[in-house]
Design a protein around this ligand. Structure first.
Ligand code: BG6
Length: 514
């Protein structure tokens, strides 16, 4: 096979995990929970199967649910079978992976019990020669984050044991529920760890397609000149899910779509779309540029929320042909809940590049389809040469599909072949599935490997979490206090409340039809 880099045709690039983790002991607090079995262990298993874990990479789960090492392994084996990663305990990769797993039954929020945890961790570390490197993962309910951090502090485990070793901590979302709580948590974390030890995870940043936003923008010369207010009319970011709250009613009641999806995932996507090119591709510079975007977002005062935001909640309806209950009838949800399962908002970025270009964000549960995408809508031509062309369909656009059917398509107008002048939009498509061989690396797999290798580029920095909450908190307050803002109902299985269309109509625009 020739290696013709000039050919734009399909490239046979197998998607590999080319890096190897460092030796370490990874400690998962909350290891008996859902996140651990659905995301973390499968990600570590993927790394193991790809040969990316050295022999001295050991995993210690900590939790109150009593498990022996064997029972813990059995529990995770069942989870991997359920996820169809393996078919039986005889699987060769599982047999090699299982001895890496240990379990400590203890309450990590309890100071006395943490001493025991510490002693056992030191023993596991010595047995497996993990070089003293420690990676903590907070996968517990957020109310336990601060007590666990205090206990890590009190037992001295926050400090590297030798000059060549390291200690890091990954903190799962939600990172606070508003500005005050996020600040308190940040202060607690930074009173024990230094910022370069702290990895605030946002799994959206680990998605292959989200990382590709930077490559698309900054490795191609043709887009940068048009990526600004002179050419862009508006940008729309959509994250639609078909699922409801999936048994997480208790959590979701306190969260809602704005906290659950927008404050973190979708504002991160927005920042990648809007940021300036960093001078270098490293954690500090990429995160500096993102932070500048967050700082430039025009605040939406509490009194103005009804003009720039819409919130909705699903009622009973039909999803994928099945009757599904209303949000208020879900387990753990109050029958008169005001929590939003849908949110739409207009974000303005007050800087030279984006002044006057609205970024519209929408996210909802129980939508007709699962899809996450970003669409850049370009301005109309300055002069309408073809009067037969309907201006409503003539807008150029770039649609970046984050999931599923990952890819990018460019929309432009073409003449319909024939003896008269008729035109219609056509698409130029790039699809990951056809352009690249192999499976996309899962977000958690990528992000865990980054943390073990000390790369913070795809993790959220403390100041940007703070700025994102500074933006979101007045909206939450406005929803509570402003009588003209209400939760609009929408039947499950539809694209959200009609009020979301009015939000764009007020600007003379429409949402991209999904
Ligand atoms: C999580 C939210 O962070 O992201 C969930 O808590 C949501 O409510 C999920 O369903 C969406 O992630 P993904 O990767 O499926 O788009």
């Amino acid at each position: 096979m020739t290696n013709d880099t000039s050919s734009p045709d399909t490239v046979e690039t197998p998607i590999l995990i080319e890096r190897t983790a460092e030796e370490c002991l990874m400690v998962i607090f909350g290891a008996s929970g859902d996140l651990s079995k659905r995301k973390l262990i499968p990600a570590l298993f993927d790394l193991h199967c790809a040969g990316a874990l050295p022999p001295a990479f050991t995993i210690a789960g900590v939790g109150r649910t009593p498990f022996s090492n064997d029972a813990f392994r059995e529990h995770l084996l069942d989870a991997l079978k359920e996820l169809k990663r393996i078919s039986s305990a005889d699987d060769g990769a599982w047999k090699e992976f299982a001895p890496r797993l240990h379990y400590i039954t203890a309450d990590p929020a309890d100071q006395g019990q943490f001493q025991v945890i510490r002693d056992q961790l030191i023993a596991i570390d010595a047995e497996h020669r993990s070089s003293g490197n420690l990676l903590f993962y907070l996968a517990t309910p957020p109310s336990l984050y601060e007590p666990i951090i205090r206990n890590i502090d009190a037992t001295g485990l926050y400090a590297p044991r030798s000059s060549g070793s390291w200690v890091r901590i990954i903190i799962e979302k939600p990172f606070g529920v508003d500005l005050d709580s996020a600040r308190r948590l940040n202060a607690a974390v930074l009173s024990v760890f230094t910022e370069d030890q702290v990895y605030r995870i946002d799994h959206y940043l680990g998605k292959e397609t989200v990382q590709n936003l930077l490559v698309f923008r900054f490795a191609n010369g043709i887009f940068e000149p048009i990526w600004n207010r002179n050419y862009v009319d508006n940008i729309q970011i959509t994250a639609a899910e078909t699922v409801g709250v999936e048994g997480r009613g208790g959590y979701y009641e306190e969260a809602g779509a704005l906290r659950d999806m927008v404050q973190n995932h979708l504002l991160q996507v927005l920042a990648l779309m809007a940021m300036e090119p960093p001078a270098m591709f490293d954690a500090r510079q990429v995160r500096d540029e993102k932070q500048k975007v967050f700082q430039a977002m025009t605040p939406i005062p509490s009194t103005e929320v009804h003009r720039s935001t819409v919130r909705g909640q699903y009622t009973e309806g039909t999803s994928a042909g099945v009757r599904v209950p209303a949000y208020r009838a879900e387990k753990g949800v109050s029958p008169d809940s005001q929590t939003e399962t849908y949110v739409a908002l207009r974000v303005s970025i007050d800087n030279w590049r984006w002044a006057g270009v609205p970024f519209y964000i929408r996210s909802g549960k129980r939508m007709p389809e699962r899809l996450t995408e970003v669409v850049v809508h370009f301005r109309q031509t300055p002069h309408r040469l073809f009067s037969v062309l309907d201006p409503r369909v003539s807008q150029n656009g770039i649609a970046i599909r984050i999931q599923p059917d990952e890819g990018i398509s460019l929309r432009f107008i073409s003449k319909i072949p024939g003896s008269s002048l008729h035109m219609r939009p056509v698409l130029m498509d790039f699809k990951y599935g056809t352009a690249f061989a192999g499976k996309l690396v899962e977000a958690y797999t990528r992000l865990l490997l980054d943390a073990v290798l000390g790369d913070q580029t795809l993790y959220a920095r403390g100041d940007s979490v703070d700025t994102a909450w500074t933006y979101v908190t007045p909206i939450l307050e406005g929803w509570k206090s402003n009588p003209s803002s209400r939760v609009a109902p929408y039947p499950a299985g539809t694209w959200g409340p009609a009020e979301a269309d009015l939000l764009l109509q007020a600007d003379g625009r429409t949402w991209r039809r999904l």
